[in-house]
Ligand binder design. Structure first.
Ligand code: ADP
Ligand code: MG
Length: 326
């Protein structure tokens, strides 16, 4: 009786029960050796994979509904950063055990976000092993409209969506690096556990922004990728970086740590010519998402962080690196 709550779930029961859903856009979904998707005429397929490892990217006891949401959100965020429209995803899952309640919650969080974005689960792989989720997303983008990291040009403005640093601020509380008042923690915790991929913003920026990426490892490190790929430099005003009221009330060095080097915000950092300022502000208003100008792309290489008076900022941290970090 595979569907009785007490019977052990076989691999195939599990896939059928939690991860098999009718598909509408795909030609063939879960159940065969491959899924089949049609290339959208006149578009390129944008493809990205992101893996979440227990104890590395999330606490082992994180609520499974949040985990399901986050695993897909970080992948949708990559599509957003490319200006691609979500279409489908696959899910590779390593599980220490098949707990139906846990799996039901995981699937609920993941599939609710998938539905919000019309992104269909079309296949995957399931195995026993240390808890790991790896998702591959597929999206559509018209040729030459993808927001690539190598497209920043000297003179471009640097823009940031939403606010930075709250995910890092919440993480610091969980790790005991600092303690926030309970109500503040409750407000910012979703920024760490259930980030919002800025998909609509990425789509709206097609043809307007030059370069873009999503901030997953901290602004300094991630902006550094745009600078390296585009062979340019940048000057960033740390005081203009958007932050929540809660983060803005923290000691300044903590604010700097969180907005400059805090990962996991999944906001977009993008560059655009000064002529696009009005259009970008209008997009922000239309989406109800603040967009803030925080710096300039320069021809000279290197990233200079300054305060509002133009003095160099003393912050010494860097972006997150899985192999450099202890
Ligand atoms: P194969 O033996 O060809 O690798 P599997 O037995 O692993 O196929 O998977 C059977 C079907 O279930 C395939 O269509 C596969 O894409 C799908 N599938 C397996 N695991 C998952 C999962 N976690 N989520 C969605 N689909 C899955
Ligand atoms: Mg398989």
């Amino acid at each position: 009786m595979p569907d009785s709550p007490s019977a052990p779930l076989s691999e195939f029961d599990l896939i059928r029960r939690f991860f098999t859903r009718p598909v509408h856009k795909a030609a063939l979904g879960v159940g065969d050796d491959c899924a089949l998707i049609e290339g959208r005429p006149g578009h390129q397929l944008a493809i990205s994979t992101d893996m979440l490892v227990s104890g590395r990217h999330f606490f082992p006891d994180v609520p499974p509904r949040s985990l399901g949401h986050k695993a897909l959100a970080v992948n949708l965020s990559d599509l957003a950063a490319m200006g691609a429209e979500p279409r489908a995803f696959t899910l590779a899952l390593a599980l220490p055990e098949a707990d139906p309640h846990w799996l039901g919650e995981l699937a609920a969080g993941m599939l609710a976000l998938a539905d919000d974005h019309g992104c269909e689960l079309i296949g995957g792989d399931t195995t026993r092993g240390p808890l790991t989720l790896s998702i591959t997303v597929f999206g559509d983008v018209p040729p030459r409209q993808a927001l690539r990291r190598d497209a920043a040009r000297p003179g471009d403005d640097i823009w940031i969506s939403g606010t930075l640093g709250d995910a890092r601020l919440a993480l610091g509380d969980c790790r005991g690096e600092w303690l926030l008042p309970e109500p503040d923690f409750t407000i910012i915790r979703p920024r760490m556990d259930t980030p919002t991929p800025r998909v609509a913003l990425g789509l709206a920026l097609r043809g307007i922004a030059h370069a873009a990426l999503d901030i997953s490892d901290g602004l300094i490190g991630d902006l550094g990728h745009i600078l390296a790929r585009s062979a340019v430099g940048a000057i960033v005003d740390v005081d203009s970086l958007p932050r929540s009221e809660i983060l803005g009330a923290q000691p300044l060095d903590r604010q700097h740590e969180c907005v400059l080097a805090g990962g996991d915000d999944y906001e977009l950092c993008f560059t655009a010519p000064a002529g696009a300022r009005e259009a970008i502000a209008a997009i922000g208003r239309q989406l109800g998402l603040p967009v803030t100008r925080a710096g300039t792309i320069t021809a000279e290489p290197g990233l200079r962080i300054v305060d509002r008076d133009g003095n160099p900022c003393a912050f010494a941290g860097a972006g997150f690196d899985h192999f450099a970090a202890p």
